[in-house]
Unconditional design. Sequence first.
Length: 362
Amino acid sequence: MLSNFLLPSDYALPIALHSPCFTTPGGGQLLLCSIHDAWQLREYYHCASLEAVQLHISMHEGKRLDIWPCAVDAPQMNAHIFGCHDFDTFREVCESLIIEQIGILQVSVQNDHCRMLLSGHADAKQLTMRLRPLAERTSVDIAITALQPSPTLARPGLLLMDMDSTLIQCECIDEIADFMGIKAQIAAITQLSMEGKLDFVASFTERVKLLKGLDASVLQRVLDERIQLTEGAEALIRGLQAHGWKTCLVSGGFTFFTDHFRQRLGLDFALGNVLEIVDGKLTGGFIGSVVDAQTKRQTLLAKAAEWNIPLAQTIAIGDGANDLPMIETAGMGIAFHAKPRVRELAPYSISRGGLNRTLDLL
């Protein structure tokens, strides 16, 4: 049994120790204290235990140290913290790990990604969910993954992504409506639908009705003038494709856009809603059934079965309530810059950085 010592940047232990020491966000130090070094500290402070050393330093030196056991023989996990730059936030993460009886074996900090090797008896996905309130309050992303992650890049897998506000930075229907001068009206309905406060199929039908009479050439203008890929989108897709993954797009938006990105990005499959166009004008209707939440989930299951990919090797990414069923079904479900309720319910959440953050979790 080793011990973790979390030391702030303005404090150094009074004797030289030989245990591994790692720099933390905010310039602090995380010491993985060996049994011999722990004995030296107890001897130096004339204390019978490390808890007594901790109390002595607090009372006589006015410095608060966090000291807790770290079992090296326990199951190991990886922790990813995105957007943590200060020591106080990192300390809060450590305090939560202490409560969960989780030790830290290694810390690596690169830019705004702090990665830790953890040791303890906890389910990685459940631990991520229990740390979600802390992540929300401190405005960082926290993800705990198994040491042998599922899914993994070591084997082919399947990525299923939402389009609007996920693969791309806007909601296509809102931008189309802008050409009719009703963007605010449509966007308000879209927002409520993505938050799960309106039935998706009903709200989609009503929004499309409002587009009646618009010249279909507007779709190309929206594509050319309004749509940008989300940061890291191409890096994520290319990275997965390089490892033999299937990449798919399934959207409650329109096939005019999903087909474009299927071709542009070399995706294996794309699904969207077909706008009805007569004499070059939108009729206010659509052809076929609406791609809703259950359609997205069923597409994930169907494509995984078609390509003989285990569900454990699937990733689903989206931002709205209509993405939750596929997010909850996938081997790794990610709420990306999502609505609050979606972040709360999704197994994993990325709210800082681009889509390529997903690769860090694999």
